[in-house]
Design a binder for this molecule. Sequence first.
Ligand code: ZN
Ligand code: ZN
Length: 452
Amino acid sequence: MANVVWHKKLRILLDLTRDDLDHPDYPGLWDLIYATDRFYGRRGVPVSERDLQCGGVCRDMGVDAPMHLRMRGGRREAVHERREDEERHTAPMSDEHKAYQERILRAAEEGGFSGDSEVRTRIGRTWIQTDTLVEGADGRRIGWEVQLSTIDESGLRGVRARAAKAAKNGITPAWHTDRAAYAQRNDTHWTRSDNLPAHVIARNGDLRIVSGFRVLDFWHCDTHALYPCPHGIRRCGKAHATPKPRDVLFDDMVRQTAAGTIVPIHFRAGTKVHRYWVTSADRDRLDDLNSNDTRLPPERDTAPATGASRNRPTCQPATHPLTVHAPQDLPYIPALPLQQPAPAIETAPPALVEHPGHSSRAADNTTGLPSDLITLQKAADDAHRKLQQLHDHDERAQQRQVWRQAAQAAQAAVTYYARTKRLNRHEVEARLRQLVRNSGRSDAQTAASSGA
Ligand SMILES: [Zn+2]
Ligand SMILES: [Zn+2]
């Protein structure tokens, strides 16, 4: 038996523990569905060809488990047609699993967060069932799913779909296991602890996560580097990140994911995408690394979440290397990508207007690009390179703003130049980048080879 039934035709879940099946908008729903099911039965329609399926663990695991309805002692019941489906429900939760649920809730509470086990979150006409849900800061919700070696592998059906559904609906999926084979699956962000008995899991002592968390090592690809260049055998002069395994305490993981200081990332290595948990500082730095002028890193609140104003400060850091500003008549758009298809300006960006006489007329001899454009692009590249070399969090936040402004100024200037000259903007930008980066690259290679 199960309490939750999925109606295939109406595409709704029915909660048999509630008088109205949890559908107050449809009075008389039970009478209608029960009468229909009985009618099918009298007509000899097989259960598998009727409208009802298990909406509980069977559905969670992606199994279509046909059900029929009956009344027993005045109680409404839904019955699985197949024994194997029924057995899926009667497998008792192990003591270890319960110990994990309790540990998650206790750790969350000690960190000032609330939570609950076996939570059903309503999503439109259906639900998401979460093993243990922690309510974190800023409306963040962490959905813990514990899959221990005591279950058989059928419990792992549909992990990717379940995790994706949770993530799509605002629940960060956090799957935990004690079996190495599960942790190596790349279908969600798994964490793993050693296989421990329930009384150890329940205790207050150290419980370690031994895989799933990484520390990112940021390094510069020159002759001093410890790692080989991920893009080839030669030194490319760029910044790279290398993930290194690191143990983390389970309780810290529960609290920091709730606080948002440990976050899931996708890490691309060649053609493979890994799923790791990292600190939010490492995630921000990786975003900086993987960004470019037209795809700037997402804006993040650097101030603590509580009571912080979401408005941007009106004054900008005074550390800008050049007198370039984002065009004043362009609204500041924190949402990305930065590259606006057709900015509604016909005036030149201030960076170009400020020197109307000479420099904007001057052009590089080989490319025909105005030297102002080259200067602005160089400034943006320099700001980005400097960002990649900084380690301190606050310095990085400030330099990120510097880069953001420099990149915006360069982009706006490219747009303006392409528009006034009636050139293809994409080609102008590609030409400009090639020009600036080739000169930058030769500098970097010189620096790299002379550093030996
Ligand atoms: Zn079922
Ligand atoms: Zn490299």
